[in-house]
Each structure stands twice: as structure tokens, then as C-alpha cells.
Design a binder for this molecule. Structure first.
Ligand SMILES: Nc1ncnc2c1ncn2[C@@H]1O[C@H](COP(=O)(O)OP(=O)(O)OP(=O)(O)O)[C@@H](O)[C@H]1O
Ligand SMILES: [Mg+2]
Length: 308
């Protein structure tokens, strides 16, 4: 573990590499021969049905479970993640779905829980300054760092949990269902936060059942099915089945997903209704209005006149 470099990895460098990772719980094979690569500065989404093995994979990487077979390489060195402390020290941080925050403590205390500065005589001022600095870097919308977590919204709590995992300068951060219990605005806030974490050069693994969120932030989508690799997709392909020459920047993609619904008419006009378009559409969609009946132009009468 001491061989692992403490310097931040270069963007695009492969940080984590899993080969043939299998995890068995007695007769149940939760993971079978899983291969996975995570690079610095990318968001990888793990998706799959219930029981696909997503949480088991995250727990293997967090040091909670030991793999039955297979290898895990971290920055090119084969490692064993014996316990959660070992994974954290190596630079793999996890935000579990329940966030594990203490509701009665304020934001600063939650951020530094277990890693207090000067624990014998708490350096409250320094901790508060670091908390503000970190939250400002993440552009987090927290009203006060002295506010108890119980009074924060779901999105703000998620922000505190993510900020806490960043305090130890990890190289990879794993988020289990970070937007599962959030509304639209808070989900957008958390997705923006994930983009900022990615911009800091971290590798991000996000588990989600929500494909809108996945498409919005993920650079790669890794699909698990019944504990096995079932394909890797890029979000653009996942949307349109068409691959452009170069992927659009993440922000554009997010905007594109948000604006994916068809534009609404600007005013309350019936011009967009198909039956109305025949008569009322503008110059591009000009359609003929039915002519008044003219006996002299009636082809039936014309034919009958000729034959007669
Ligand atoms: N501690 C355990 N003991 C026995 N079996 C387990 C254990 N943990 C997970 N499993 C089994 O491993 C399989 C994968 O479970 P896992 O929780 O990883 O799925 P998941 O993809 O996270 O599903 P979900 O979307 O429902 O969270 C399941 O069949 C589950 O029953
Ligand atoms: Mg799960």
C-alpha cells in the first residue's frame, strides 16, 4: 500500500482496474468475473436490475466484502482491500445510500466526524474555515455550517456527505443512489456537484436506477446483469443509438437532456394542432383552404359534357 503514489493522478490515467472479480455468498454468486476500469476525471455509472450485484461490487471496492477470486489493481499495483479503513487510506471513498450523517450535529462536526483537527482540544475555527473552503469549492448551497444536519434538505445532506468523503483527498469516490430520494431541483444540484467532483480529477462511480440522471453526468455506463458484465455504453449512444465524432461536453449534454421535451408554443394559439394547421399555419406551412364550389370547374360535369 505504501507503493501507491499520494500525488493526484493525471486526468485520464487509469486508477482502478478489476479483472475477473467474483464474489460468492455460500451458494449465491453475487458477482461473476467482473472487469471494470475507472480513470481519473470520469464518471462511470453502474446500472442494472435489482440483485444485479451493484451494491456488492461497491462493497468489494469499499473493503466491506472480500472478493472470492479475481484481482484489484490500484494505480497499476495489485492491492487487497482488507477493510473499509484500508480502502479509505488508499483513496477510495464511499457515500452509502443512507449517508451516515448525525442529524443532531452541525455541518462542521459531520464533515470532520472521526477526523477532527486537534482532537484533544478541538480546533473549531480551523475546522470551520476548512469546511467553508471545501463547500465553496464545490459551490454548495449550505446556509450555514453551524446549522444542524436535521434542518437541511435532502440535496444539502447529500452535499455534506459528498464533501465529507472529499476531506481525505480520495482518488475515487463511489456514490450509491445519490439522487434516489431527491426532487427535481435537488437532483440537478447533486448532479452539478458530481460534475464538479469529476472536474477536480477524481474518478466517480455512481449507482443509479434513473437513466435521466445517468445520461446527464456519466461518461460511461457499465451494465451489470445477474452479477455479470452485460455491456458498456456511452450516454450519447444510449440516447440515440448514434455516435457523433466527439462527445459533447457534459454541461451541454445535461442541458440537452433537460431540454429534451418538444418546445411548447409561445402563446395560446391552436396553430400547433394538426387539424388547425391546414387553415391557420404561417407561410412555411401554407395549405390551401377549400375553394368555394364552382360548377364550371367540376370535372364530373366537364366529363359528362364531353361525353354528351
Ligand atoms: N450478505 C449477503 N449474503 C448473501 N447474499 C447476498 C448478500 N449480499 C448480497 N447478496 C446477494 O447478491 C445478489 C446481488 O445483490 P446486490 O445487493 O449487490 O444487488 P443490487 O444490484 O445492489 O440490487 P438493488 O438494485 O436491489 O440494490 C443478490 O442476489 C443478493 O441476494
Ligand atoms: Mg443495491
Amino acid at each position: 500500500m505504501s507503493d501507491i503514489s499520494s500525488a493526484p493522478p493525471a486526468r485520464g490515467e487509469r486508477i482502478l482496474s478489476l479483472r475477473g472479480v467474483t464474489k460468492k455468498f455460500g451458494a449465491v454468486s453475487a458477482l461473476t468475473d467482473i472487469d471494470l476500469d475507472i480513470h481519473a476525471g470520469e464518471v462511470v455509472a453502474l446500472v442494472g436490475d435489482n440483485g444485479a450485484g451493484k451494491s456488492t461490487l461497491v462493497k468489494v471496492l469499499a473493503g466491506v466484502h472480500q472478493p472470492s477470486s479475481g484481482t484489484i489493481e490500484f494505480q497499476g499495483k495489485e492491492v487487497s482491500l482488507a477493510d473499509p479503513g484500508a480502502a479509505l487510506n488508499m483513496g477510495i471513498a464511499t457515500v452509502f445510500q443512507d449517508l451516515a450523517l448525525c442529524e443532531n450535529l452541525d455541518v462542521v462536526s459531520n464533515l470532520f466526524l472521526g477526523h477532527e483537527l486537534n482532537p484533544l482540544r478541538l480546533d473549531e475555527v480551523q475546522m470551520e474555515v476548512r469546511a467553508w473552503t471545501l463547500l465553496k469549492e464545490l459551490a454548495a448551497r449550505i446556509p450555514s455550517v453551524r446549522e444542524p444536519v436535521a434542518s437541511l434538505s435532502g440535496g444539502q445532506r447529500q452535499t455534506v456527505a459528498i464533501a465529507r468523503s472529499l476531506l481525505l483527498n480520495p482518488k475515487i469516490i463511489m456514490l450509491d443512489e445519490p439522487t434516489a430520494a431527491l426532487g427535481v431541483a435537488q437532483t440537478a444540484e447533486v448532479l452539478n456537484l458530481i460534475e464538479r467532483v469529476r472536474d477536480r480529477g477524481l474518478g466517480v462511480i455512481i449507482i443509479s436506477h434513473n437513466m435521466e440522471d445517468v445520461r446527464a453526468v456519466a461518461d460511461r455506463i457499465v451494465v451489470l446483469r445477474l452479477g455479470k458484465n452485460n455491456g458498456i455504453f456511452t450516454p450519447i449512444r444510449a440516447i440515440t443509438n448514434w455516435s457523433p465524432p466527439s462527445p459533447a461536453p457534459a454541461k451541454t449534454r445535461f442541458r440537452a437532456v433537460r431540454n429534451a421535451r418538444p418546445p411548447r408554443p409561445r402563446h395560446r394559439s391552436k396553430a400547433h394542432e394538426p387539424e388547425h394547421q391546414t387553415f391557420c399555419a404561417g407561410p412555411q406551412r401554407r395549405a390551401r383552404a377549400p375553394r368555394r364550389y364552382d360548377r364550371r370547374r367540376d370535372p364530373r360535369l366537364f366529363r359528362s359534357r364531353q361525353s354528351g
